[in-house]
Design a protein around this ligand. Structure first.
Ligand code: FES
Ligand code: FES
Length: 200
């Protein structure tokens, strides 16, 4: 359990004398582990992951739902964590980029494909691209380069590595095939289904 003592935003508010919002207690299963976390009611899932759960892999780009850098899986569906209240995720399962590799550190097929295709430059968008690609493949939206480009269009890359990103998704989809869509370690991707992920 991660307690209120780790609430960085609350500490900052206390230092400035600004009022803090009411606290909430939220139960989240993140990358296969369940936590009960006390947090400000207004905190986003993105800030909760990064600032209270020490999971900085999920990036903050625009912080307004426009870039996809903060993409995570919520009960298998890809979402923008910056636009999601942590309190709204009570009882739900989240997978971040940190949860994709196997327990022994072996990267999953999508992660390996991004490396093989050199699908990044600065890398800032990459965690969101990879998580989104996992869902894209599992949704069955990786049948062609055109389809991948369309269904990955919510993830922007300021370095314009789009051709390599599409190639990486194609490579991973080819490796995973139908079996991969069924048993990817990040679990089911159909919305409203519960993820079955490895214990982190
Ligand atoms: S940081 Fe969430 S969409 Fe840009
Ligand atoms: S690799 Fe730099 S933003 Fe995508």
């Amino acid at each position: 359990m991660i307690g209120a003592a780790s609430l960085g935003a609350e500490s900052a508010s206390a230092q400035t004398g600004a009022p803090t919002s009411p606290s909430r207690s939220t139960r989240l299963t993140v990358n296969g582990r369940t936590h009960v976390i006390v947090h400000e009611a207004r905190v986003s899932l993105l800030d909760l992951l990064r600032e209270q759960m020490a999971l900085p892999g999920t990036k903050k780009g625009c912080n307004e739902g426009a870039c996809g850098a903060c993409t995570v899986l919520l009960d298998g569906a890809r979402i923008n964590a910056c636009m999601t209240l942590a309190a709204a995720c009570d009882g739900r399962a989240i997978v971040t980029v940190e949860g994709l590799a196997s327990a022994d550190g072996t990267l999953d097929a999508v992660q390996r494909a991004f490396i093989a295709e050199d699908a990044f430059q600065c890398g800032y968008c990459t965690p969101g691209q990879i998580v989104s690609a996992v869902a894209c493949i599992r949704e069955g939206h990786a049948g062609s380069a055109t389809e991948i480009a369309e269904w990955m269009s919510g993830n922007l890359c300021r370095c314009a590595a789009y051709p390599q990103i599409v190639a990486a998704v194609e490579r991973a989809a080819a490796e995973l095939g139908a079996a991969g869509r069924a048993v990817h370690p990040s679990g089911a991707v159909q919305p409203a289904t519960v993820l079955s992920v490895r214990a982190g």
